[in-house]
Design a protein around this ligand. Structure first.
Ligand SMILES: O=C(O)CCC(=O)C(=O)O
Ligand SMILES: [Fe+2]
Length: 481
């Protein structure tokens, strides 16, 4: 592997927040490493027990709904005002969907053919995050349960059994960690390295050869960049692309500063240069932006469903996508991001057959850059960036890390807020104020492969001016939609 950067004396191989958890779900004693959130005092470099965590003002919570039946169901949010339910997702047999929600919020499932029939309904009641529709097991009636099991095809029986195992595992995981299991057992730990966030203000230093552009190349020199192949591979000794337009320094030093330990969130000042930001802003002038949609659960919905769905007001910005191959500056931003994340840059682009042969899929693990514009009043209410993987895919691909790149500053409002960050001094959310060229990195997954409910975040409404930002999403362990 070519190393274009170095993270000095940093040990990624052990994470003190991982603890051996024993469990037995009917196949004999087993062990895994589970994430146990450290005592909040340690976030202040104090001895455990010295500080107490606050209760965040924001009481939002992840809500995942699991369909343990062999039929597709429809999931609705019930506004509880006598009005019609709001469609959240169509959930395939043995699959799941979810959304960020609040205590007491009501959800129900119906058959596809009759929305007036409620198969199951729930009120969100933290700390429970995962709600199961299980038409097979009849609590306290083994005979009825057995009859239901006997009625399943062999294939359905196996799938149902996987869910039973998952529920058993999840119960033990909750006892051990105090968190709901939002993945589906068994899921591997993240394949990527993860920066630790042991205490507030902790710093990690990264040195990268992907230095800042300081003058703008001619458009003809910039690209587009070849999709795949050896032309994209840079050796350690090679000059970087369009080196003559970059800072004369051989390296760019980046500092990740811990803003939050749970969720793990970091700030990186001067990640982009003014020239790079100007270039991206110039690109936006020729682009048509579209109304933003939300990630995850809405993919299964028809145009008609989306039209009648009131939850669409959660994200009111406009956005478009910028591909890594667009030009050499965008490609450089991906290379620099890979160095920052300690991920091989080849994983963040399509690969040729012979590159990284251990990766079955040749697809990029990164999405295109999502360029977002917020006008006055526009926002993205608190949400998670991860979605719930299809259970038929054993890898359980999901968004792993988000890199937020701020392209302007000086607006009122528009902060990125982590409303449920664990701390001992305030009940308010952690607000990150946009600044030109600054980046924020946070992880949607925990080091044990569970999804991190605490990664909940919002783009607060812009009150004056406007806001421009880019999202870079990196998946783990693959990117399959
Ligand atoms: O605009 C921001 O500050 C955050 C955007 C965000 O969370 C998203 O687009 O998923
Ligand atoms: Fe987000």
């Amino acid at each position: 592997r070519e190393q274009t950067c170095s993270a000095t004396e940093y040990d990624f191989s052990s994470d003190p927040a991982l603890h051996t958890m024993d469990f037995d779900i009917g196949y004999g004693p087993q062990e895994i490493l589970a994430y146990v959130q450290p005592d909040v005092s340690t976030f202040y470099q104090m001895e455990p027990g010295e500080r107490k965590p606050t209760t965040p003002k924001h009481n939002g919570w992840a809500a995942k709904f699991v369909n343990m039946s062999n039929k597709t169901v429809r999931l609705f949010w019930d506004p509880m005002n006598g009005g019609p339910g709001s469609i959240i997702a169509n959930i395939e047999p043995y699959s799941a969907a979810g959304t960020a929600s609040f205590p007491t919020h009501a959800f129900y499932m119906t058959p596809v053919e009759d929305e007036s029939v409620r198969l199951a309904s729930w009120a969100v009641s933290p700390p429970q995050s995962v709600y199961f529709y299980d038409p097979i097991t009849v609590e306290g009636d083994e005979e009825a349960t057995q009859r239901n099991l006997d009625s399943l095809s062999h294939e359905d029986f196996e799938l149902y059994q996987r869910h039973v195992d998952n529920r058993k595992f999840s119960k033990r995981y909750f006892e051990f960690t105090g968190r709901e299991y939002l993945s589906f057992y068994p899921r591997a730990r993240p394949s990527h390295k993860m920066w630790r966030a042991d205490y507030f203000g902790q710093e990690h230093w990264v040195t990268t050869k992907e230095t800042h552009f300081i003058t703008l190349p001619e458009e003809s020199e910039l690209g587009p960049v070849a999709e795949i192949g050896s032309r994209r591979v840079l050796k350690e000794s090679d000059p970087r692309i369009l080196q003559q337009y970059r800072s004369p320094e051989p390296f760019l030093n980046l500092t990740l500063k811990v803003l939050s330990c749970a969720p793990r969130a970091f700030e990186i000042d001067n990640f982009l240069s003014q020239t790079e930001v100007d270039h991206i802003m110039y690109l936006t002038t020729g682009m048509k932006l579209h109304r933003s949609t939300t990630a995850g659960s809405n993919g299964q919905l028809s145009e008609e469903d989306l039209g009648r769905d009131s939850t669409r007001n959660t994200r009111t910005s406009l956005n478009t996508w910028v591909y890594r191959e667009k030009d050499a500056i965008i490609d450089t931003i991906y290379r620099r991001s890979a160095d920052l994340l300690r991920i091989n840059e080849a994983l963040l682009r399509p690969r040729s057959k012979d590159e990284l042969p251990y990766m079955k899929s040749k697809r990029s693990l990164a999405e295109a850059l999502q360029l977002v514009h917020y006008d006055v009043g526009q926002e993205y209410t608190a949400h998670h960036d991860f979605g719930y993987a299809n259970i038929y895919n054993e890898d359980q691909p999901a968004r792993f890390a988000t890199l937020l790149l701020y392209l302007n500053e000086g607006m009122d409002g528009g902060e990125t807020q982590f409303p449920r960050w664990v701390n001992a001094h305030t009940r308010d959310g952690l607000d990150v104020v946009p600044k030109v060229g600054k980046a924020v990195l946070f992880y949607s997954q925990l080091p044990d492969g569970n999804m991190d409910d605490w990664s909940h975040h919002a783009a607060l409404p812009v009150r004056r001016g406007e806001k421009w930002l880019m999202n870079l999403w990196v998946w783990d362990p693959t990117y399959e939609t």
